[in-house]
Structures are given as structure tokens and as C-alpha cells.
Design a protein around this ligand. Sequence first.
Ligand code: ADP
Ligand code: ZN
Length: 292
Amino acid sequence: MRIGAIEAGGTKFVCGVGSEEGIIEDSVSFPTRHPEETLEQAISYFQDKQVEAIGVGSFGPIDIDPASSTYGYVTTTPKPGWANYDFIGRLKREFAVPYGWDTDVNAAALAEAKWGAAKGLDSCVYYTIGTGVGVGVYAEGRLVHGLVHPEGGHVLVRRHPKDTFGGHCPFHGDCLEGMAAGPALEARWKVKGHELPEGHPAWEMEAYYIAQAVTSTILMLSPKKVILGGGVMQQAHLFKMIRSEVQRNLNGYVSSDTILKQIDTYIVPPGLGSKAGLAGALALGLEAVQAK
Ligand code: ADP
Ligand code: ZN
């Protein structure tokens, strides 16, 4: 079976095809521009690919409520041209196949549960700490949607005692994304994230914020794996700092050896690496076929 996959990011689109085992056979990437132009590029990629379904993991917010008249739309994004854009509708005009549609982070969580770091587990949480912060939630063997979809990147955090930065989120100022996403790091320290050396105070602050979010996630959802991806998490030394900060926050309260003794195997990078997003879109496509 050949499934189409679109990882629709705010910065770049990745389109690919793959198999039901999650193997990506081919992919292309191009910058995210105006929606009509960008979708045109995606459509021309799939034109000769003979896919049986297409899965889309998209930046958001998006409408994923099947009962809604705007299901398949990107909704309130400030990204020019994309607000209220009928993403799935546009694709449907070209290809009469089943569609999978979810947030990019839910897609990544699904792929990690199927084929990656949470393989064999019935729950995991996937964070991306990149241009923004996003959270995908997989629980009891399925993705969590709720009222709209989880937006855990914007949870409120307690300010680091030495942090005077105002925060970078256009909606909330000093929420998690406002304090810890790549652009927040850059605005606070006036250098690109990848230029900040290990040992710089930036990282202690970064770990402090991410660990708060992870702590709340553990308390709220009790996931069996916490996966941290995205550009900022390329700083591998952050993992150790986040793990010990989470243990410090929990202070022995959650009595699980996984947290108390094996936290190195609990808070981890994506098993699928940078492929998690596209593999996630593939997994959504696969679920759409299976639902048929
Ligand atoms: P996106 O979120 O747009 O999909 P990424 O996950 O790659 O893309 O995140 C991009 C953000 O991550 C940028 O703000 C960038 O400065 C930051 N970033 C990328 N690489 C690193 C790195 N090695 N160390 C710290 N920050 C990084
Ligand atoms: Zn916010």
C-alpha cells in the first residue's frame, strides 16, 4: 500500500510517500508560502504517485471536528492567507482518497507510538520546542482531541527568578512558548539558539521552563513516555537538565520507578528523529484507510 503524507509546517512543507510499515520511500520539501501556491506544489508532487490515502499533520490551530462545517480548515493563524483556509477541501478537489487530518504534533505523537520511542505503549506526549511550542497527546491508544485540540505550548509557567524577559507570545506574553521557544531564546539573549554555548545561563532557564511543562503533563496525563523534539532540543545537554529538574519538581510524589530511577528512558528525544512529523502524517493516512 502506498500512502501520501504532508507535514505542513509554518515554515516548510514536507510531502512524501511511504508504506504501512512507516517507511518513507520518497519526500520533498519546500517553503510554506501563500496557501494556494503551497498546495499547488503539494498537489503536483502527488500527481503521479498513485496514493491510496493522504495524511496531513498541520500547523494550527486547525479544525479537526468531523461534525464541523469547517472541518479540514486552518483556523485562526496569524500566518498571512492561511486563516480560514480549507486545506483538506483543496486536496479533495484533486484526489478522491481517504484523508487523515490532525495537528503536526498529534501526528508526531502517533508516529512515535506506532514506530518510535513509544512503540508498544498506549500513551505518550510529544513536545516540539522550535519556532513555537506544540504538544501532541496520545492516550489510551488514541490521539486526544477534546474540544478543539490540546494547545499545551501555551500553558502558563512560573517565571525563573533571574528572568526579566517580557515574553514573546503574541497572545499571552510569558506563556511556555513565549518564554522557551526558539524565537524567545533569541530575543532574550540576542543570539541564535545554536550559538549559545553549553553552560550558558540560557540553558538552565530553558530547562526550568520546559521541565515545568513536563512536570504538569506528568501530573495531568500520566503518559508512559515524554518525547521532546524540535530545533531547540538539538541541544542534547538539555535532556539531563530537564530530567533532574522534573525529578526535583515532583519531589518523589509520583511513585514510579520509571520516574524515580529510569528517567533517562522516560524523557527522551524522538525515536524517529526529524522524521517523526512526516511519519506521523503517514500514520494519519494509514488510519484513514483503516477507518474506511
Ligand atoms: P519549526 O518549529 O519551524 O518546525 P524547528 O523545530 O527546526 O522548526 O525549530 C526552529 C527553531 O529552533 C528556531 O527558533 C531555531 O533558532 C531553533 N534552533 C534550531 N536549531 C537549534 C539548535 N541547535 N540549538 C538551539 N536552537 C535551535
Ligand atoms: Zn502563548
